[in-house]
Design a protein around this ligand. Structure first.
Ligand code: NAD
Ligand code: TYD
Length: 358
């Protein structure tokens, strides 16, 4: 029989967190979820529209770095499970403003670990079933050349303030396992795409700009490679690791789907051309592609070896890239009011700083 859990989800109003909260409400309706989110520019209550507060779900607005707020939550709720998504997540923002990444990704993770350790050791809840699952990224492993894959034993070699802050948090999580016996797990996943992704990341930014008839910025030569995974597949993997993963272990999650950025961007253009017909210019949206100045320290290639999660837990991606990208474009087309709401003044200011224009 399934164990009933009281789960603290952090960052549940962000892209992956919201998809995960939706998955849990559908698949584990008997679990109680507490969603702790600061609602930064990336967190949006609309991402959870239709998920109502009640015995199965509670929303708490707070900073994961606020020790008093986090400890109060552990005192008030019988939390036995943490799934920790909350983070500053965008590499470009980490280059222009790294401080928030250090505070949230390192300081915030430390605060959560401490609260879980104190609460679970004190209340005797650090039993066989309690779990602290830390959601991390493949970017901690650095950048690959043309050959090779990241496995769980690849040495950490982060190269951006974002990936360095995530690497530091992974090390802290492992330290809490080895030192205090906290039942931790880590997942290191490749690039996600899908519904509710903030339009600063490549795929939703390209969809949004193409719909506005704006130029489509491709960094450098466009030949950097990412391993794209549909967000629903990532969330299924997180649930598998949570329920069946071995504490102390980390699990790489990937889509087996390496693509050059320029290939991703042209595919988005082609889907939009098929769905909407050519724009008024009569020219394919591919003509909007503009090569722009490269990102500082731009990692060349990421690619995941997901053998461990496949062999130990039987997880494999279910959605192939073509199908996932079509679903994603269709979601954005059907949810233009969601996009209009998040593309607010602060987004416009960010966009001007990054790309100029308006
Ligand atoms: P996101 O930026 O869309 O959402 C982050 C969420 O965390 C937001 O709801 C935000 O309000 C919240 N948050 C930020 N700082 C907070 C704080 N101090 N206290 C409380 N809440 C705070 O991020 P995402 O893309 O959904 O990523 C979620 C996690 O998955 C991150 O840890 C990220 O490193 C990891 N990850 C992301 C990807 C990807 O492709 N997006 C891939 C691998 C791993
Ligand atoms: P991004 O979605 O920011 O994810 P990450 O940097 O975490 O991999 O970027 C994905 C790739 O797309 C990355 O190689 C940078 C590139 N990129 C562009 O070429 N143009 C853009 O406007 C953005 C946002 C990203």
């Amino acid at each position: 029989m399934q164990k009933t859990r009281t789960v603290l989800v952090t960052g549940g109003c962000g892209f992956i967190g919201a998809n995960f909260v939706r998955l849990l409400r559908a698949k584990r309706p008997e679990w109680r979820l507490i969603n702790l989110d600061k609602l930064t520019y990336a967190g949006n209550l609309n991402n959870l529209a239709g998920i109502d507060e009640g015995p199965g779900y509670r929303f708490v607005r707070a900073d994961i770095g606020d020790a008093a707020a986090v400890e109060a939550l552990f005192a008030a709720e019988p939390i036995d499970t943490v799934v920790h998504f909350a983070a500053e997540s965008h590499v470009d923002r980490s280059i222009t403003g790294p401080a928030a990444f250090i505070a949230t990704n390192i300081g915030g993770t430390f605060t959560l670990l401490e609260a879980a350790r104190k609460s679970w050791s004190g209340a005797g809840r650090q039993g066989a079933d309690s779990r602290f699952l830390h959601i991390s990224t493949d970017e901690v492993y650095g950048s690959l050349g043309e050959e090779g894959y990241f496995s769980e034993t690849t040495a950490y070699d982060p190269r951006s303030p974002y990936s360095a802050s995530k690497a530091a948090s992974d090390h802290l999580v492992n330290a809490y396992f080895h030192t205090y016996g906290l039942p931790t797990l880590i997942t290191n996943c490749s690039n996600n795409y899908g519904p509710y992704q903030f339009p600063e990341k490549l795929i939703p930014l390209i969809i949004h700009n193409a719909l506005q008839g704006r130029s489509l910025p491709v960094y450098g030569d466009g030949r950097n490679i990412r391993d794209w995974l549909y967000v629903g597949d990532h969330c299924e993997a997180v649930l598998e690791v949570l329920e069946r993963g071995v504490p102390g272990r980390s699990y790489n999650i990937g889509g087996n789907n390496e693509m050059m950025n320029i290939e991703v961007v042209t595919q988005v253009c082609d889907i939009l051309d098929r769905r909407l017909g050519l724009p008024a210019t009569g020219m394919t949206r591919r003509t909007l592609i503009t090569f722009v100045k490269d990102r500082l320290g731009h990692d060349r290639r990421y690619a995941i070896d997901a053998t461990r999660i496949r062999e130990e837990l039987g997880w494999q991606p279910q959605v192939d890239f073509e199908q996932g990208l079509e679903m994603t474009v269709d979601w954005y087309l059907a949810n233009q009011d969601w996009v209009a709401a998040v593309v607010d003044g602060s987004y416009k200011e960010y966009y001007r700083t990054m790309y100029g224009g308006n």
